[in-house]
Design a protein around this ligand. Structure first.
Ligand code: ADP
Length: 374
C-alpha cells in the first residue's frame, strides 16, 4: 500500500504557535502507527499535515518516495476518519458511503460493488437505507469508516475516531479497527490521547509532547525501555512511579530520595551511572507492579524494603492499587486483590531492584534500565 516518511517536518501556525517541531519518523507499508500524547501536543496537526489540510512550514512529508508538500489533498490518495464523523444528514448511509466515489465519477456498478463489500466488512448492510440521525454512535462510526474503505486509499488516517463513544463501545470499536487493519493490510495512522488505546492498537507508537516526538517504538518497547521520564510517566496505567533524588556511594551505589526516606541499592553496572552521581539529580522509576508487600512470601530475587504510610487503597476487582507516601515521595503499588488495612498505618513494601529505571533529572533522558527490564 504505502510508505510514509516525515523528515524534519515543522508546523508553525499564524501567531507563532509551534505545533509540530521537527518530526522525523517512518510509517512502513501495512503498518498501523498510533500518535499519542496529551491534548495540544501536536498529534492532529501531524495528521493534518499528511492529509494536506495544513501547509508544512519546514521539512518534508513523502508517500512512497514522492514528496507531497505541494500536492493538493484530493490528489494524495489518503482517506481520513474524523472524531465527529462528518456524515451528510440528508443522505442515506449508502449515499454517504458512496459519496466520494460518485464525486470521482466511478461507474455505478463499481460503486455498488465497493459499498456492498465495505458494508459487509463493517456489518452495516441492513442499515444502508437509513439516514445518519437514525443510527447509534457506533453505527455512525462504522459508516464513517466505510466511506474511507470504499476509496481504497494508500493511507488511512484516524483522528480520535472513538472519543464520542461510551467506554464499552469504544473497546468494541477498537477491536474492530484492529481487525480491519489486519484484513485490509492497509497503512494506517491513528491519533489518540488515550495510551491504552495506543498500546492495544499500534504496531508501533509515536509518543509526542509539546510538538516534539519523544520516542517511537513498539508498545512493549515503550513500556520496557522508555527513553525519558515523560514517556515513562505517560505509558502504563497506573503510570510508572517517578521519585527524585541522588546517587550516593555507600559501598555500592545507592539511590536516596530528596526526602531521604526512600533508599534503594542500585543493581546497575557502573558504566550506566553518572560519574559525579552524588551531585546530580536523578529520577528513579519503578512500575506499580514491581512493588510488593514485604510480607509476601514469593518475592522476586532481589528486593529492598522501604517503610511507607498508607494513604489510600483502590480495589478495582482483579487487583488493588495502594497509594503510599514517605515524606514527599508518593508511590502507587499494584497488588493482587486482598483485604488491606485502614489508611494511616505504616506498611513495609519491597521494591524489585531488578526493575528499576533511572533518568537524568535535568534532561529527563533515560540513563538506562536494569538489564532485566531492557
Ligand atoms: P493535539 O491533536 O495533540 O491535541 P493539535 O495538533 O490540535 O494537538 O494542536 C497543537 C497546538 O497547535 C496546540 O497548542 C493548539 O492550540 C495549536 N493549534 C492547533 N490548530 C491551530 C490553528 N488552526 N491555529 C493556531 N494554533 C493551532
Amino acid at each position: 500500500m504505502a510508505l510514509v516518511k516525515f523528515k524534519g517536518t515543522r508546523k508553525v501556525y499564524d501567531g507563532g504557535v509551534v505545533a509540530v517541531d521537527g518530526a522525523t519518523f517512518t510509517v512502513h507499508d501495512s503498518e498501523l502507527v498510533v500518535l499519542v500524547g496529551p491534548s495540544g501536543c501536536g498529534k492532529s496537526t501531524t495528521l493534518r499535515l499528511l492529509a494536506g489540510l495544513e501547509t508544512i512550514t519546514e521539512g518534508t512529508i513523502s508517500i512512497d518516495g514522492l514528496e507531497v508538500n505541494d500536492i493538493p489533498p484530493k490528489d494524495r490518495d489518503i482517506a481520513m476518519v474524523f472524531q465527529n464523523y462528518a456524515l451528510y444528514p440528508h443522505m442515506t448511509v449508502y449515499d454517504n458511503v458512496a459519496f466520494g466515489l460518485k464525486l470521482r465519477k466511478y461507474p455505478k456498478k463499481e460503486i455498488s460493488r465497493r459499498v456492498s463489500r465495505a458494508a459487509e466488512i463493517l456489518g452495516i448492510t441492513d442499515i444502508l437505507h437509513r439516514k445518519p440521525k437514525q443510527l447509534s454512535g457506533g453505527q455512525q462510526q462504522r459508516v464513517a469508516v466505510g466511506r474511507a474503505i470504499v476509496r481504497k486509499p494508500k493511507v488511512f488516517l484516524f483522528d480520535e475516531p472513538l472519543s464520542n463513544l461510551d467506554a464499552k463501545l469504544r473497546v468494541q470499536m477498537r477491536a474492530e479497527i484492529a481487525k480491519l487493519h489486519r484484513s485490509l493490510g492497509a497503512t494506517m495512522i491513528y491519533v489518540t490521547h488515550d495510551q491504552v488505546e495506543a498500546m492495544t492498537l499500534g504496531d508501533r507508537i509515536v509518543v509526542m509532547h509539546e510538538g516534539v516526538i519523544q520516542q517511537m517504538d513498539t508498545p512493549l518497547g515503550l513500556y520496557n525501555a522508555p527513553a525519558n521520564a515523560f514517556v515513562a510517566g505517560f505509558i502504563g496505567n497506573p503510570p510508572m512511579n517517578l521519585i527524585i533524588g541522588r546517587i550516593e556511594r555507600l559501598g555500592g551505589p545507592v539511590f536516596l530520595s530528596a526526602s531521604g526516606l526512600v533508599r534503594l541499592p542500585l543493581a546497575f553496572e557502573d558504566s550506566q551511572l553518572p560519574r559525579n552521581g552524588g551531585d546530580r539529580s536523578i529520577i528513579l522509576g519503578i512500575r506499580p507492579e514491581d512493588i510488593y508487600l514485604a510480607s509476601n512470601n514469593s518475592l522476586p530475587e532481589r528486593t529492598s524494603e522501604v517503610e511507607f504510610v498508607l494513604v489510600l487503597t483502590e480495589p478495582v476487582g482483579n487487583e488493588v492499587f495502594l497509594h503510599v507516601r514517605a515524606g514527599d515521595d508518593q508511590l502507587v503499588a499494584r497488588l493482587a486483590p486482598q483485604e488491606m488495612p485502614e489508611p494511616g498505618i505504616v506498611i513495609r513494601l519491597a521494591v524489585d531492584l531488578d526493575k528499576i529505571h533511572l533518568f537524568d533529572a535535568a534532561t529527563t533522558t533515560s540513563l538506562g534500565a536494569h538489564a532485566s527490564v531492557r
